[in-house]
Design a protein around this ligand. Structure first.
Ligand code: PLP
Length: 443
């Protein structure tokens, strides 16, 4: 009998008791190779001595101080570290306790910015289908995952959802990547105009889509075209890099690879690498200045803003990434990992697409490659793959997303940046075994 309110109420998961490097051990003594970093969280793997030492030192010095009374050295140092590598013009970091809090904070910052500059009529957000921005009500409202939204839809703030950048399914035959990006930007512009351009607060998008459609990498030029549309109508661009940021795609911020600068960017997960719950919003100077020259106050806040131990963990994680040159490693080994996945799974009759960058890869499963038809949702293929992979000692992150109005199955891989090529090969091999056995049994 468990008193913990687990995610799946009919199933108590194994008890994790220890972890080191790439591996987590359960109470039965089984070891699992962590190919997804939990939910794309763990960047340095488990038990990193530098991070643990930094947390111990911070607990001994100062475990908690409320931000209405104090700032702390460690929060200031972390903000400096993040701004040092941030997209141009970012001047301030708002430190929260996770991804959903970061998204909520960004939405409210964007809204308050327009109130401060005398445009209070801006009340509407535009986001994308098949996106995920978190489970709190504001984040859920902009999220575009139909299944997650459905029971709560009547109590969500209104938001418009446009098409994601999903070339495998939605780029037209004969359409170039360029033309596809321009078409999507035109769709966004039409959505802005349909609302009334002066009524829209922001367009919200994951730079590289994560948990809803199995890693959606944008086509080149898409975000530049989106940025132009936003600028034309005075709409802010909020990029959600909770999953794809902090080095996961091989650059500290994924948007560096798109050549665009957002107005607000959210990060979490890899920021603290799982050692502590922490997230952040980075804001452009003009947004913060509008508040400081206006009301002088951001009308928001949480008890654990800038938590010192979380900041110490994140600072240590980010310094190790920089010191050990892990971004370059992620870029190089990421390409090799993609090749390993293609080698292991590229010819599989039920693998429709393999896509990603850095240490962020998605495998999309299909019932039939020619028609790209997804498996029937009732088969719950993603859940079976997760279980089969666990039985093989592999942690991957499969889920069902909505494709053409039906459930589709994807597997997300996000190994810690410390993974060796041998680890990556082992992940590809075990995953291919799990996908093969589950798809055979399902048919
Ligand atoms: N935004 C994105 C892109 C995410 O992938 C997630 C979580 O998966 C969130 C926001 C929510 O983060 P959290 O679960 O830390 O609240």
């Amino acid at each position: 009998m468990t008193h913990v309110f687990h995610r799946h109420l009919h199933h108590t998961p194994p008890v994790a008791i220890a972890a080191s490097g790439m591996t987590i051990r359960d109470a039965a003594g089984r070891d699992y190779l962590d190919a997804s970093g939990g939910a794309a969280v763990s960047s340095l793997g488990h038990g990193h001595p530098d991070v643990i030492a930094a947390m111990h030192a911070q607990v001994d010095r100062l475990a908690y101080a409320h931000t209405s009374f104090f700032t702390t050295e460690v929060a200031e140092q972390l903000a400096d570290e993040l701004i040092g590598g941030a997209p141009e013009g970012m001047s301030h970091v708002y430190l929260v306790s996770g991804g959903s809090e970061a998204v909520e904070s960004a939405l409210k910052m964007a809204r308050q910015y327009f109130v401060e500059i005398g445009q209070p009529q801006r009340t509407h957000f535009i986001a994308r289908r098949q996106s995920y921005h978190g489970n709190t009500l504001g984040a859920l409202a902009v999220g575009g995952n139909a299944w997650r939204r459905e029971p709560f839809a009547p109590i969500l703030v209104p938001a418009t959802h446009v098409s994601p950048c999903y070339p495998y399914r939605e780029q037209h035959e004969g359409e170039s990547a360029d033309q596809y990006g321009v078409r999507l930007a035109a769709e966004l512009e039409a959505a802005i105009l349909a609302q009334g351009a002066d009524r829209v607060i922001a367009f919200v998008a994951e730079t590289v889509g994560g948990a809803t459609a199995g890693v959606l990498t944008p086509v080149p030029g898409y975000f530049k075209a989106v940025r132009e549309v936003c600028d034309r109508h005075g709409v802010l661009l909020i990029l959600d890099e909770v999953m794809c940021g902090m080095g996961r795609c091989g650059t500290l911020y994924a948007c560096e690879q798109e050549g665009v600068v957002p107005d607000l960017v959210t990060v979490a997960k890899g920021l603290g690498g799982g050692y502590q719950p922490i997230g952040a919003v980075l804001a452009q100077r003009r947004i913060v200045e509008a508040m400081s020259q206006g009301s002088g106050f951001f009308q928001h806040g949480h008890t654990y803003l800038g938590h010192p131990v979380a900041c110490a963990a994140a600072l240590a994680v980010q310094r190790v990434i920089r010191r050990d040159g892990l971004l370059a490693k992620v870029r190089d080994d990421g390409e090799a990992f993609g090749a390993m996945l293609r080698e292991a799974l590229g010819d599989h009759p039920h693998v429709g697409d393999i896509r990603g960058r850095g240490f962020f890869w998605g495998v999309e499963l299909v019932a039939e490659r020619a028609t790209k038809s997804p498996f029937a949702p009732g088969l719950k293929l993603h859940a079976r793959i997760k279980n089969d992979a666990m039985a093989r000692g592999l942690l991957c992150y499969p889920f069902g997303g909505t494709v053409d109005g039906r459930q589709g199955d994807h597997v997300l891989l996000a190994p810690p940046f410390i993974a060796t090529r041998q680890d990556l090969q082992e992940i590809a091999t075990r995953l291919a075994g799990a996908i093969d056995s589950v798809t055979r049994a399902a048919l």
